[in-house]
Design a protein around this ligand. Sequence first.
Ligand code: SF4
Length: 289
Amino acid sequence: MSALVKAHLDHRRSWCHFDYCYPVISRRSKGVSLGVNLNPDKVCNFHCVYCEVDRNAPIRRKDVDLDQLEQEMAALLDLVASGELFGTFPFSSALPEHRRLNDIAFSGDGEPTTSRGFRACVERLAALKRARGMDEVKLVLITNATCLQDPEVVEGIDLLMAHGGEIWAKLDAGTEASYRTFNRSAVPFARVLENLSFAVSRWPVFIQTLFQEWQGRGPSEEELATYVERIRELRSGGRLQGLQVYTVARPTPELASRPLGAATMDALAERLRSDLPGLPVEIFYGPAA
Ligand code: SF4
């Protein structure tokens, strides 16, 4: 395995003694992404079969201390700006063109919008970014779309979008059966779909979809056809920006969840581009590709 691949695979959500903020080299960002973990208690309202969060490891704390979080983010911004970050592994293995700060991303050990600190955290990080003149650095919300119509979340996202925001919202399934199998949530699939419809009507949104081999089989024709129909509906209702299609890249809690091979991912991309003409489709391969 190359050092570059190792850099991409090393997504441990810890950095030195920090409790909330961590740096990664992100394939999707094509640069450094500074992650914000608003769920240090590791509680999530999804239980995805492929989730990489190690819920057996002890948690460091349960609360969100916004003063500390802001200090951690400021320290990471300093490390990137000075280049010191790239003197440490795995960042020392990053390609020269990836040694740039692309974004600050809400992406933790659970769903960030379920945190009561979400709105206030967006406010603080937007102010930090503005104070440092970092207008080009995006604020990315990576979300499972379960809370996108909650009034305080809407306020937080409005703020995020006013400060170089992007929304990457998860939709792993076309059918309710697949949603229940893969995401294993008490939140009804219908609510997720309604939230996504609302979101695209209000903000530009990218959909992130993980396709996988599950119990030895890739997505069925019925699953793909229904998924395409869902995407068409979202597209007709608002500002859908594109699809980010990926597969399993790291060890999964369920052994039946496996990466799709490169040829299958390529065929998927071709199918989606043909069924959804004009919609950007980005593909991210698994570790073997
Ligand atoms: S939504 Fe994210 S954090 Fe939650 S279980 Fe799924 S992959 Fe894990």
